[in-house]
Design a protein around this ligand. Sequence first.
Ligand code: PHE
Length: 371
Amino acid sequence: MTDTIPQLNSYDPSALDQAFATLSEEVRQQSGSLKTSEEQEAFRLHWLGRKQGRLKLISEAWLKSAPAEARKPLGMQFNQLKQQIEQALEALAATKSSATVQGIDISLPGSARRPGIPHPLLSTMHEVVRVFHQLGYSTNLGPQVESDFYNFEALNFPPNHPARDTQDTLQIAGQQVRPSRDRLLMRTHTSPVQIRTMIAQTPPVRIVIPGKVHRNDAADATHSPIFHQIEGLCVDTNITFSDLKGTLDHAMKALFGSAVKTRFFPSFFPFTEPSADVQISCIFCGGSGCRKCKHSGWIELLGCGMVDPAVFAAVTAERRKIDPADDAYNPARISGFAFGMGVERIAMMLHGVSDIGHFYSGDMRFLEQFA
Ligand code: PHE
């Protein structure tokens, strides 16, 4: 839009007519090409702006040197031009309000609603749980504040047993007055829910237990005092170590891709015998060795084993408090396996996250990447 003030050479009527015809044509052309409401507003300001508007500047310039008799026709011409501008603006506003439906202006930009998404740790838990649901498992949950009995004793960690040292426990304050089995703590693993499930339910049992666990660990790139595990428990007649191997091999392939291999190493957990650590072939290098797998080609992912008969004995003792004849977990007739895995570790592998702290930071720049 031009800003120069046109020269008016004479105030005789034909000169005025011509000058205003030029201005009117200028207005007509400009108002014909206004699309956005920003452009319309710029047009309005350009012509009608109270201080710097073109109409005001031109009328000031032309009126200043106008002879007395020319003032009236000049004023009338300015009024006409002003009307033309206002009408052009009104016409534009009218087309716009024809887009108004029942008081809602559908031509206005909408306010975007950003849908929420599951946190990456939750979606990882859902993914793992889904794999086991497809195998016929159901889901169980248990309390995060747990008693010593469920978290340790029934899982064959006797009081003062050194195996307890492997799980740096956050104790609830003021529990010393209670018998040791009733003392409360933050559960250090999801395994206590194995016990709760077996006390409540007769075999066959096939459950997965996702949940939050706590350990007195210093936070670093791979540790957090609060983290998540998924436990699994299968108890039935004739459950063998090959069932355990087949189940976990299938689950790892379902989670990480069918090319993934698994291998089992002897390990120790008080509540499983034999126990094993499971490694999967490195999903980053395919097993040839890289920084992520410390050049071994393998990544350790979970602990597992056959349920120790001592665990069945603890469960049976509890069940017999209700039914003295209970024999549902007699290891002569049933057997089972259990496994446990860290959710953060799996999520970090699936999404290439290098610092566990990102999951808890609440930083939208991190979380939005999972939308
Ligand atoms: N609860 C064990 C841990 O937290 C993992 C585990 C679960 C091992 C089930 C074997 C069977 O270290």
